[in-house]
Design a protein around this ligand. Structure first.
Ligand SMILES: [Zn+2]
Length: 255
């Protein structure tokens, strides 16, 4: 009989495999990102299907295999079911899972990423507005970059260490907020307001909510953090386009 082991994980992605099976990409609490196979998941009698949906936090029992480990049993701990009733929240959760998948390597354990993922899904689920969901996503991006060791320099210029933040320019290339003197190093750096600097500082201090942020500021945060992530990611984030589609739909419906 094959060796089995247990792990707690959040389902990042579920892919169809052959006629009846699924592949899951999991972010586990103690093993980092892994891929596993659910045999006969698509058969009507499958007991595992409901426990292996995207974003579910599940206790897995896995059997070792020479290739991809097999799911023997799965028990949902949190299904984030309220999140699944709202299209904006669903797309946000997909995006969060996709970013984790994109920026992490397999089998590299990092419990901080697991905890961040779990808390972010919880925050998205309990968010009271689309604006709040957007702010949570920006917070998540910043924190994930920090956990991965790519935190943008906020308190001082990454080039000359100048701490004057009155005029700051966000540079993905230079790794944070450049001062005016260092601007020639990256002509593409984007001028940002003092309030944006304060928001980034609050993200740094693990404060996500309770701050007034305008739509315009959220948009600027999306641009600077998105460009920063793209700078470090090898491929484009597909969900970003999906989120845009949702926003367009919402804007269209509001008229
Ligand atoms: Zn400088």
């Amino acid at each position: 009989m094959s060796q089995t082991y247990n792990t707690k994980a959040i389902v990042l992605k579920r892919d169809s495999f052959r006629e009846a099976d699924n592949f899951l990409t999991l972010y586990t609490q103690n093993l980092g990102k892994i891929r596993v196979r659910v045999k006969a998941a698509k058969k009507p009698y499958s007991k595992l299907s409901g426990h292996t949906e995207p974003f579910c936090q599940t206790n897995f029992m896995l059997a070792k295999s020479r290739t991809v480990d097999i799911v023997c049993n799965a028990q949902t701990l949190k299904s984030f079911s309220c999140l699944k009733k709202d299209l904006t929240k669903i797309s946000a959760a997909y995006y969060v899972c996709e970013i984790v998948d994109l920026l992490t390597k397999e089998a590299l354990s990092n419990e901080k990423i697991y905890n961040l993922l779990e808390s972010t899904l919880g925050l998205i689920e309990s968010a009271s507005s689309a604006l709040e969901v957007k702010l949570i996503i920006r917070y998540f991006e910043f924190r994930l970059l920090a956990v991965l060791g790519f935190k943008p320099a906020i308190d001082h210029c990454p080039t000359c260490q100048n701490e004057d933040r009155k005029e700051a320019f966000f540079s993905s290339q230079e790794g944070g907020l450049l001062c005016k003197n260092c601007l020639p190093r990256d002509p593409l750096a984007l001028k940002i307001t003092e309030n944006i600097v304060d928001i980034l500082r609050s993200f740094q201090n693990r404060e996500v909510l309770g701050r007034k942020v305008s739509n315009k500021e959220l948009h600027q945060l999306e641009i600077i953090l998105g460009s920063y992530i793209n700078h470090y990611a090898e491929k484009e984030v597909k969900s970003r386009g999906f989120l845009k589609q949702i926003e367009i739909c919402e804007a269209t419906n509001s008229y």
